[in-house]
Design a protein around this ligand. Sequence first.
Ligand code: ADP
Length: 534
Amino acid sequence: MLGLMMHRPLLVSSLIEHADRHHGHTPIVSRNADGTVYRGSWRSTHNRCRKLANVLQALGVATGDRVGTLGWNHHRHLEAYYAISGMGAICHTINPRLFPEQIAGIILHAEDKILLVDPMFLPLLESLASQLTCVAQVIVMDEPGAHLPPSVLPLLGYEALLQEASSDYEWPEMDERTAAALCYTSGTTGKPKGVLYSHRSTLLHAWAVSLPDSLSFSACDSVLPVVPLFHANAWGFPYAAALVGAKMVLPGPLLDGPNLYQLLESEKVTLTAGVPTVWNNLMQYLQAEGCQLHYLKRLGVGGAACPRTIVSYFEDVQKVSVLPGWGMTETSPVAALTLPKANQVGLVGQARRDWLARSGRPLFGVDMEVVDDEGWPLPHDGHTFGHLMVQGHWVCNGYYKDPSEPLQQGWFPTGDVAVIDEEGFMQITDRAKDMIKSGGEWISSIELEQVAVGHPAIQEAAVIGIHHPHWGERPLLLAVKKPGQVLTAEDLRGYLEQRIAKWWIPEQIEFVDGLPHTATGKLNKAALRAQRGL
Ligand code: ADP
């Protein structure tokens, strides 16, 4: 017998409708590339989304068509999110930091019919113009009154199109399993693969990240996603903010310490999130200038392990709660967050920092397991590590236009190696490809990097495995010193010897001027290995 309750499909359009109806005056603030600030609201955003849907329809966009975006975090990109998915098309967010050839490759693979791009990405797109055979029109997300530059691309101006368009538009009803958005993995460990989110998965993920035992979004928050809209749905921020009617602050391309600090303060931001590199830059700036954050309450950190230095600085000095989390493009992305259960509420000082080194416990809707090489579950004892497997409502079960079958007995293999403790907290030990296999034992490159950046003179560190005739592989530590610091490899070795097992001590320590990063701001170990012919 079926229940007698209304069945309403979980659609992305329902989020923006809700935000307009019940939080219409709540501000949407967006900082442009030139530093000027746009001020709208959920109501004006919804209005502009309906206009954009009419524009796209008039340009021939139909249900299931892919519309690509190449843009920073700004209000037009937010409008594109809602207009494209809301009308039944698929919002394909493209990472502009990928190599140009990868960008052309994924546009062709996705068969984007229309592209919405920031003016600053036009030269990049022009250089690829002859390859982009599927693209019928390029809409430049420009300022009102801006002139379109001469171009080999078929350009149209966003604001001019919106000015002429009607805001009379009814979002269509459709099956909640309809595809809403497409995001390619950033290719850190291989060719980019397309992850195709549905309306249902997007809504359930937005609900899950909003919960108090999650990122805890509220109508009283001012939220600023530093994580880009082109990186795994900006971790659900655009959707969760509408779901609760939070004020949204979009920072544009200016993400350096001074600019970020200025915006966090002027817009009274209470919740933000991004990768550790961004928080490291902000921390350096705040430390150097002796600045205090007055409004920020919660700082989400994900995409890579959160260095302890960041945790202690923001928690102890800035009095901001740090929320480490784990996820991947394939998991929408938020799957686990390090949030206390009753047992952890009282933890303070070093005990709290050690606990915050965990990657997280699963949100309802996601399950996790660690398994051995044969796929057998391993104990949740906090030290037995294995392959991390996930399943859930917002975990992918296949890649877009890719015949490979990623699932193993219904579980998605993440490619990460992790431990799970008795309380269900998971901690990433490494990516399977980055673990160092020394004489049959495994060394975690992440853990070694964490200890190395704990040295006050070290800014960043990367550990990779190098060939060793006896042990098979041994760790090589590459470290970047903070400006003006004097430190020898022997000093650093001495520091490490007091903190880690003897057989983990790196075989070689080298100081370098900088380390390569991926398109999502993480250490690029594949590039480091390639540089050294490994
Ligand atoms: P890419 O795979 O191209 O880096 P993703 O954003 O999908 O792009 O990255 C997901 C990966 O990032 C995870 O599989 C994991 O290796 C790493 N990662 C994410 N969060 C954490 C974390 N808290 N600790 C360690 N690694 C993390």
